[in-house]
Design a protein around this ligand. Sequence first.
Ligand code: ADP
Ligand code: MG
Length: 476
Amino acid sequence: MEWETVIGLEIHTQLATKTKIFSGAPTEYGAEPNTQACAVDLGLPGVLPVLNKEAVSMAAKFGLAIGAKVASRSVFARKNYFYPDLPKGYQISQYELPIVEKGSIEIELEDGSTKTIGVTRAHLEEDAGKSLHEDFHGMTGIDLNRAGTPLLEIVSEPDMRSAKEAVAYMKKMHSLVRYLGISDGNMQEGSFRCDANVSVRPKGQKEFGTRAELKNINSFRFVERAINFEVERQIDLIESGGKVMQETRLYDANKHETRSMRSKEEAMDYRYFPDPDLLPVEVHAEDIERIRKTLPELPDEKKHRFAKDYGLSTYDASVLTASREIADYYESVVKQTGDAKLSANWVMGDLSAMLNRDNKDIADSPVSADMLGGMLKRMQDNTISGKIAKEVFEAMWNGEGAADAIIDKKGLKQITDTSAIEAEIDKVIAENPGQVEQYKAGKDKLIGFFVGQVMKAMGGKANPGQLNELLKKKLS
Ligand code: ADP
Ligand code: MG
C-alpha cells in the first residue's frame, strides 16, 4: 500500500515588542526569574489588561505580507485551562475572530519548483510562564518572566505532503518574520517554535486520516526528524491493524521518538468566550495603509529581482535572499565588484563555508562585505589569482587585516613578468625529460603536472593564464 503524508503547522512566533502584550513589563530574554512580571502577568486580582498597539501593528504587517485579510474587527477570547505556569487560569488568545485570515506563502522545493501553502489564520495571544524542573528537588519552580509575551500563532492549511515541505515552509516563515522585523526568530530562546500536525492516508484517498500533533519543536532539523518518525509510526500502526488516535505527542530529540502526552482536547474543553476585560480590536483602513507603507521588499520580491537584475539562477537567488542580512551583504559586494556571478560564488562558496564551519551568523562574519569586495577587486585587476585569493580570504577571516595589507605583508602579488615565468618553465622542463616525452607523445593531461611544478616553484604566485599559455608554447 502506498501512503501519503499530510502535514499542517502551527507556528508560534514571539513578536519583537519592548513590552508585553497586555502589560508594561519588559519582554527581554534571560533576566533573573520573576523580575519581569508585573501584577497583570502574575494574574493578581483587580488588575486589567491593556492591549499593546505595537503587537497589533506587527500582526497586521504580517497579514499584509502574506496577502491575507486583516480583520477590521477581531476579538480576544479566554482559553481556559489550569496549569501552574498560567496563574490566571486562562490564556488570552483569539478564537472566532482572529486578526489575520486566509493568506499564503510560496515555498521552494528541492527540484527547483515552487508550491503555494495556504495560511488559514494568524492570531495574537499571550505566552505562558515556564516551569523549571532542574535545580529543584521534588519541586517545580515557576518563572513568570515569559508570561504575557506577545505571540503570533500562524496556522497553516494541511497543504504539506512531506517533512521536507514542512521544513521549507518553516524556513520561509522564519525568513519572512525576520524580513518584516516583527520577530527576532531566535529558536534557541523559543522565539520561533512549531507544532506539527501529521496524518497519513492511502494514496488516492480523499479524506484525511486522523492526525497527531507534535508539540513544541524548536529546530528545522528536529521538525524533519520528528515528522519522519511520526509518519513511520502511524503507517506501522495502521498496517498492523491498529488505529491512529487523535492526540498530542512530544518529540524527544535524544531518544529520537515521539511519545504520547495526552489525548487531544477539543475546543469545547477550553470553554472559550470573549474576554470581557478587553474591547474588540479595530483596525481602520488608514491604519492598514500606514502599515502597508512600512513593508520592506519581501523575500520573494527580492528573489525575483535578484534573478532578473543579477542574472542569477532561481536557486542562487533564493539562497542569497534567504535572509535580509545575506541579501544586503551580497548586494554590497556586487556594488564594489560589478560582477554578480563572481560575488555570488564567493558569498555562497567560501564565505558560507567558513560561517558554517565556525557556526557564525553573517552579521558576525569577521570578513565584512567591504573586505570581501576589496579582495575581489584585486582578483579582477589581476593582482592575485583565484587560488591566492583563497589564502587571502583565510587570512582576513583570521583577523589579519584587509586584502591589500595581507597581499603586501605576505608578498602574494601575482607574478606577471613573462621572463620570470619562462625561466621557471625552462627549469621544470629540463628536470622532467620523461614527462616531456610522454606529453609530446599525446598524454595531454600531463599539462596539469607541469603547471603544478612551476606554481610550486613560484609559491603559487604565477599568473595562471599566462603560465598556461607559455607552457603550451614551450612544450609544443
Ligand atoms: P486545533 O485547533 O485543534 O489545533 P485546527 O483545526 O486549528 O485544530 O488545526 C490545527 C492544524 O492541524 C492546522 O495547521 C491544520 O492544517 C492541521 N490539520 C488539520 N487536520 C489535519 C490532518 N488530518 N492531518 C494533518 N494536519 C491537519
Ligand atoms: Mg492547535
